[in-house]
Write a protein that binds this ligand. Structure first.
Ligand code: SF4
Length: 441
C-alpha cells in the first residue's frame, strides 16, 4: 500500500461513464419514442406492478467538480418556488392519468441535486400538494437525499414530519481539504453538527454516501474516512467509485490540459472500495449490493427504491430531466429549465424522449441491474419472461467465470468479490450488439 494515490498519466486517464444505471442506454432514446410514453400513460397499468414516485429537486449550494447531473446553483427563492410549483403541477397532471390514477405508491424518492436545499415552508407546501393527489400513506419507503451543510435541526424535524423513512446523507469524504478541492459545498464540521440530530430523530434508516477516488485522496485519508463513517454508525453505507463523464469541471480541465493533480486509477479505486467493504464487514455490516453495506436489521435494512427499479417496477420520475419507466416504456423529461416550466405552464407533461422496450430488452435490463446485487437467482427470469438466462447468455457466463468474475452454482449466479468491485465494467457484455457503443447520457 502506498501513501499516495496511484497516479495515471492524464492522457491515459479514463474519461467517460462506466456506471450502468439503465438499459438500453439513454443515447438510444429519442423524441419519436415520446408517443409510446403517452400511450403507456393513457392505458391502465400492468396488474400487480409496484409504483414508485421520484421527485427531482435540482438545486445545490455549489457544483461539485465531478458532478454530471442537471443541477442549478444560481436560482433565487422565487425561482425555486416557481420550479416547485411546476413540479407539483406535474404530479397533479400525472395523478389523473389511467396509468396512475388511484394506484398506491410503494415508495417515494426525493433526489437531486439537493432536496434538503429547499426551505421548510417550500418543502411542506410541495408535499401538501402532492399528497392531495398521490398520498404516500402505506408506502414502504420514503427516501430523502441531504447535503450536511443545508440541514438544521428544524429542517430535519420537517423532513421526518413528512414521513421520510430513509435519510441519505451525502458525506462523500470526511477530509476538509479533499472536500474543498472537489468543490463540495460542505465541510466536516457540518457533518459532525448534524449527526446527533439525525440520531435523535430516529429515522428508520440512515444511509451515508461515500466516493472512492476523489481528487486528492490517499490511502491515509481514505482509511480515516472509512473509520469515521463506521464511528458515525449509519444503517447503510453506499460507495461509488469516482468517474469522470464528459460534462464535469474536472473533465473539461483534463481535456484542455489545465488539470495537474494525480488521479487514482481504477485498480486503486477498487482497492479503496474493497478496503471499505472489509472494514464495514468487520464492524458487522453485510453486503446488500455491489455498492452498499448494511447493518442487518430486518425490513429496515432493505432499499425498496433500488430493488423496485432493478426488478422492473413502474417508476414515475418528475422534475426537469427526470427518467421514468412505465409499462415497459422508458422516457425522460425535457432537460432545459425554460422548456420544463413552459410545458407545465401550458398544462402539458414535459416529455422529451422515450423508448418502448422489446421483451428481450426488458429481460436484459433487469438481468444486468440485478447482477449488481451480487446474487442472481435465474429461476425468476424463467418465471417472469419464460427464458432460461443461463442458456441464453451461456458464452457470456463462461467468459466471465473464466475471468474469475462470477460462479454459476446450480441455477444461481454469484459474483466474486473481484466481480462485485467492477460489476459495471462487466455489464456491457450482455448488451445487444446495436447498443454496445451507444452513449450513456
Ligand atoms: S451535491 Fe450532488 S448533485 Fe449537487 S453538485 Fe454535488 S454531486 Fe452534483
Amino acid at each position: 500500500m502506498t501513501a499516495t494515490a496511484t497516479a495515471t498519466s492524464h492522457e491515459a486517464a479514463e474519461i467517460g461513464s462506466v456506471f450502468v444505471s439503465n438499459y438500453p442506454p439513454f443515447g438510444a432514446w429519442s423524441p419519436e419514442g415520446v408517443a409510446a410514453a403517452q400511450t403507456a400513460l393513457a392505458a391502465p397499468p400492468v396488474p400487480g406492478t409496484p409504483l414508485g414516485l421520484y421527485l427531482h429537486i435540482p438545486f445545490c449550494r455549489k457544483r461539485c467538480k465531478f458532478c454530471y447531473f442537471r443541477v442549478y446553483t444560481d436560482k433565487n427563492a422565487d425561482e425555486i418556488g416557481t420550479y416547485l410549483d411546476a413540479l407539483a403541477s406535474e404530479v397533479e397532471l400525472l395523478a389523473a392519468l389511467p396509468a396512475l390514477a388511484g394506484r398506491p405508491l410503494d415508495f417515494v424518492y426525493f433526489g437531486g441535486g439537493t432536496p434538503s436545499y429547499v426551505s421548510v415552508r417550500q418543502l411542506e407546501e410541495l408535499v401538501a400538494r402532492i399528497q392531495a393527489v398521490m398520498p404516500w400513506t402505506g408506502a414502504r419507503e420514503i427516501t430523502f437525499e441531504c447535503e450536511p451543510g443545508t440541514l438544521t435541526r428544524s429542517k430535519l424535524e420537517a423532513i421526518r414530519g413528512i414521513g421520510v423513512t430513509r435519510l441519505s446523507l451525502g458525506i462523500e469524504n470526511f477530509d476538509d481539504e479533499i472536500l474543498r478541492e472537489n468543490g463540495r459545498a460542505h465541510v466536516s464540521a457540518e457533518i459532525h453538527r448534524v449527526l446527533p440530530w439525525i440520531r435523535e430523530l430516529a429515522f428508520d434508516q440512515v444511509n451515508v454516501d461515500l466516493i472512492a477516488g476523489m481528487v486528492g485522496e490517499t490511502w491515509e485519508t481514505w482509511r480515516a474516512t472509512v473509520h469515521k463513517t463506521i464511528e458515525a454508525g449509519p444503517d447503510s453505507v453506499t460507495i461509488y467509485q469516482m468517474e469522470l463523464p464528459y460534462n464535469t469541471v474536472y473533465t473539461k480541465d483534463l481535456l484542455d490540459g489545465t488539470f495537474r493533480q494525480p488521479l487514482a486509477d481504477w485498480a486503486t479505486k477498487r482497492a479503496w472500495h474493497d478496503h471499505a467493504f472489509a472494514e464495514l464487514a468487520a464492524a458487522g455490516y453485510v453486503p446488500s449490493s455491489a455498492y452498499t453495506m448494511v447493518r442487518p436489521k430486518g425490513a429496515s435494512s432493505s432499499f425498496v427504491y433500488r430493488d423496485g427499479v432493478w426488478h422492473g417496477c413502474d417508476l414515475v420520475g418528475t422534475g426537469v430531466a427526470s427518467f421514468s419507466h412505465l409499462s415497459g416504456v422508458h422516457y425522460q423529461n425535457v432537460a432545459g429549465w425554460g422548456e420544463y416550466l413552459a410545458a407545465l405552464g401550458e398544462g402539458r407533461l414535459p416529455l422529451g424522449r422515450g423508448l418502448a422496450l422489446a421483451p428481450e430488452e426488458r429481460l436484459t435490463r433487469e438481468l444486468i441491474l440485478q447482477l449488481k446485487l451480487g446474487t442472481l437467482p435465474t429461476a425468476s427470469f424463467q418465471e417472469k419472461f419464460g427464458v432460461d438466462v443461463l442458456a441464453a447468455f451461456a458464452p457470456v457466463w463462461r467468459s466471465l467465470e473464466a475471468e474469475g468474475m462470477l460462479r454459476v452454482e446450480g441455477e444461481t449466479v454469484v459474483l466474486t468479490r473481484a466481480g462485485l468491485l467492477q460489476v459495471d465494467r462487466l455489464l456491457p457484455s450482455f448488451y445487444d450488439d446495436r447498443y454496445r457503443n451507444v452513449r450513456y447520457t
